[in-house]
Design a protein around this ligand. Structure first.
Ligand SMILES: [Zn+2]
Length: 419
């Protein structure tokens, strides 16, 4: 897929080399189900990092590790004092994750450098390829922390002192243990632009037959814990009419929330994924149920309206059933809108390459959502099979991965300029 632009330069990424790199990386932490378990700051994460660093050095990059353990491979520019054009994603995964979530964005960046090396091209501004530490937030309960520190969203101390779920260690101590407690500055310097390539992790591109997603931004998210309290009772002796069954109330709320989603266009996603029942006994009427609500929508105003209706609905159901309900907001994040020029650059590159492209929103959070706070940012999505992700069965076509990588090369070179 060689491309010559108006200025006459040619550089083609090598799709086979990209695929081989992805498969070599996927061997580290390979799971029996064909996926990857390379949880952040484990020995497997260290092995993945070591491999990436060796590849960066092989491609002539200058490697530095910053205070949050982010690995940054830098390719000098002709004007090396200019702010770099940066790309990257994450090599850590879910415990039973896939081979492409995160790793694709890191290794696509590496392939861009390799392709420029092959073509003998030097950009005006330097290029940087980043592996962000602990995107997934599996062990330390908060994802995208290291890119958050880099972007000034979190303090360095907050990031390094995050405790693991067992409370036995911290992110900073684990970084030291695997030898990635670097001393380079974590952020704090200007960057020209940031682009992240990623599998879509949803079914829209595949469904619409598009190869490239120009990502407009990421949905806002609101999360709640709903506690429904009724009265426990004997399943055999308490007549139906006299019950205050917390489970029945919670089930009606969940059904109502599911219906509520379809009242809006575009349709939000509303999920209950976690339920606790007390006493959780086969022959006792449940006295208390705690369940989660996760609501997401690309418009903050609409999301706020959805949440008001959702909470009203829960209160209404509780009142009808003689139940008490308490609702606590547990987390949330506002909608993210990416930079219009970066979005347009992705569309334009796809058009030049003859690739079917459509605008999409990200349903998930990404490191790019942090970096957009400090620099013009865009994301490039490629399809994944059936939209399946955070799953060992996650799959993507080599041709689509190569196409997204070529788009990444084009947008980075366009931003950085050629010497
Ligand atoms: Zn990811």
């Amino acid at each position: 897929m060689a491309v010559t632009d108006k200025a006459g330069w040619t550089a083609a990424i090598d799709g086979d080399r990209l695929w081989r790199s992805l498969m070599d990386m996927a061997r580290i932490g390979a799971t029996p189900g064909g996926g990857v378990g390379r949880v952040a700051l484990t020995d497997l994460d260290k092995a993945g990092r070591d491999l990436f660093v060796s590849w960066c050095k092989g491609a002539g990059l200058e490697v530095r590790i910053d205070r949050m353990g982010n690995i940054i491979g830098r390719r000098a520019g002709a004007d090396d004092g200019a702010p770099p054009v940066v790309t990257g994603s994450h090599l850590d995964s879910q415990p039973l994750g896939g081979r492409f979530d995160g790793a694709y964005g890191v290794l696509a960046g590496l392939e861009v450098v390799r392709a420029l090396n092959d073509a003998g091209l030097v950009t005006r501004a330097p290029l940087e390829i980043v592996n962000w530490t602990d995107e997934e937030g599996v062990r330390f309960a908060a994802g995208v922390v290291a890119s958050g520190v880099y972007a000034g969203r979190f303090d360095l101390d907050y990031g390094l002192n995050l405790a693991d779920r067992e409370g036995t260690t911290t992110l900073g101590r684990e970084l030291a243990r695997i030898g990635y407690d670097g001393d380079a500055l974590c952020g704090g310097y200007p960057i020209a632009a940031f682009f992240e390539a990623h599998i879509e992790q949803g079914p829209v591109l595949e469904h619409e037959g598009a190869t490239i997603g120009a990502v407009l931004g990421a949905q806002g998210q609101r999360c709640y814990a709903v506690t429904v309290t009724g009265e426990e009772g004997h399943a055999g002796t308490l007549p139906m009419a006299l019950r205050r069954d917390a489970m029945v109330g919670a089930a009606r709320m969940m059904d109502g929330l599911n219906r509520l989603a379809f009242e809006f266009e575009p349709t939000p996603v509303i999920t209950t994924g976690h339920v606790q029942v007390r006493p959780n006994s086969r022959n006792t009427v449940p006295g208390r149920v705690v369940f989660s609500i996760d609501a997401r929508h690309p418009d903050d105003g609409v999301l706020a309206e959805i949440c008001v209706k959702a909470l009203d609905l829960c209160h209404g159901v509780a009142a009808e059933g003689g139940l008490q309900v308490e609702i606590a907001e547990t987390s949330g994040r506002d909608t993210v809108t990416f930079d219009p020029d970066c979005i347009e650059a992705v569309r334009a590159a796809a058009a030049r390459l003859g690739l079917a492209c459509r605008d999409v929103y990200s349903g998930a959070g990404h490191d790019a959502c942090n970096i957009q706070r400090i620099a013009p940012t865009g994301m490039i999505f490629v399809p994944c099979k059936e939209g399946i992700s955070h799953n060992e069965r996650e799959a993507a076509a080599a041709g689509d991965l190569a196409a997204g990588c070529q788009v990444l090369l084009e947008v980075m070179v366009a931003r950085a300029g050629l010497a």
